[in-house]
Design a protein around this ligand. Sequence first.
Ligand code: BES
Ligand code: MN
Ligand code: MN
Length: 453
Amino acid sequence: MNKYINDNKDRFINELLDMLRIPSVSADPKFKGDVLRTAEFVKQRLIEAGADHVELCETAGNPIVYGEKIIDPSLPTVLVYGHYDVQPADPYELWTSPPFEPVIKDGKIYARGACDDKGQMYMHVKAFETMVQTGNLACNAKFMIEGEEEVGSANLGIFVKENKEKLKSDVILISDTGMLGNDTPSITTGLRGLSYVEVEVTGPNRDLHSGLYGGAVANPINILCQMIASLHDEHNHITIPGFYDNVDELSKEERAEMARAPFDLDRYKKALDLTDVHGEEGYVTMERNSIRPTLDVNGIWGGYTGEGAKTVIASKAHAKISMRLVPHQSSEEITEKFKKHFESIAPASVKVTVKPHHGGEPVVTPTDSIAYRAAAKAYEETFGVKPVPVRSGGSIPIVAMFKSELGLDSVLMGFGLDSDAIHSPNEHFGIFNYMKGIETIPLFYRHFAEMQQ
Ligand code: BES
Ligand code: MN
Ligand code: MN
C-alpha cells in the first residue's frame, strides 16, 4: 500500500486543495451554494474511490454524504464519520494568504478547513481508495460525512435516529481531533460536552447621554460585566449553583496516569506569548483543559465601538457564553441551571434574557476495546512509538449520540496538532500529518478485522 500512497501523493494533495477552494461555511447562509457544491465534491470523490450506493441524504439543513462498500457481510464494518463544513474564516485581514486559496508553505497546507475537518476527513477517502485499489480492504466500510458539525449537528442527530439499520456497524472511526506531537502520537479518549447560550441585558429603552443620565440609571454593559465576573469565584470555580453536581471526579491514580503524558508548561506559555496560565485552583493545565468543566465568554458587545469617543449609555449589552462539560454533566441541565442563576443575579434595574444555542454531551471512550487496541497498533507501526491516550477539551456533539442511539464506541484517530490553528486565522495541516493519516488508517482496518477473529 505504501507504494500506491507514494505514487499518488501529489494527486492526493491536489484533490484536497480543490476541496479547500470551496468555502463551505455552515454558519453563514450566504455560503449555502458552496456548502452544497462541497457535498457534491465529496460524493464524486467517494464514487471514484470505489464506494457503492453513494448518495446525498437530504436533511432540513445541509445534506449528509453517505456511501458504503460491503465486501463480505461476515467481516466487521467500520463507519467513518467526518464533516465537510468549516468555520467562518473571519477575521480575513489576519490571514497571510486568503483562507479559500490554499497554499503550501514549509510543508503545510494553509486554508480554512485544512485540518478541521476537510484534510482529516479526506485522509479517509484516500485511505479507502488505497485499500480498494490495492486489494487490501479488510473490513466493510460505510461513510457518513456531514455538513453541519460546526453548527451543532442537529440534523445529523435526526438522521442517526432514523437510519439505525443503514448505519449498522461495529465501530465509528473519526479523524477530527489532534495528537500531542508528530513524534508523540496520541489517541483521543474523551471529548467535552457543550452548553452554549446568548444573553441580553436591557437597561433604558434607548441609548442615553452618559452625562445627563450617567450615575442614575443602570448601564447594561457595566451590569453585564459584573454579572459575568461573578460567575467565577476567587478560586476560579464556577459559581452557578449545582454546576459541579454530577461532575465525574478522577481518582488519584487516574490523575497520576494523566500526568504521565508529556507536557511542557514553559513551551505552552511561550507558544501563546503568555507570562502565566490561568484556571481552576487545584488542577494543572492538562486537567483544566480536558477533565474539568469551564465557562467562557466567546463574544461580548454593546454601546459605541467606532472611531473616537461617544458619550453614551447603551440600551442593551450582549454576550455569547459557552460551558464545556465533562462526564456526567448534562447539556440541557446545565443550560437550565445557567439560565436560572443568571436571571436570579440580575439587579431590578435591568431585564435579562438567556437564549440557548446548540449543545452536546461529553463522552469518554474505552481504551481496552478491540477498536482502541487496533488503532494503537496502527499508530505504533507508522510512528514507531506507542500512542498515548489523551482526553481532549474539544467537542464533537454527535459522538455521544453514536453511543446512546447506535450503541457504538468511536475511535478518535486524530492527526492534527494544537498548533494547526483550527478555527483561527492561518489554519494549516502538515503534509506529513495528512500522509501519515492515509498510511495509518488502512492498518486500523487490518488490525480491527484480525483482532475480531
Ligand atoms: N474538530 C473539532 C473538535 C475538536 C478539535 C476536538 C480538536 C478535539 C480536538 C470540531 O469541529 C469543533 O470545532 N467542535 C466545536 C463544537 C461545535 C458544536 C461547534 C467545538 O469544540 O467548539
Ligand atoms: Mn471538526
Ligand atoms: Mn471545528
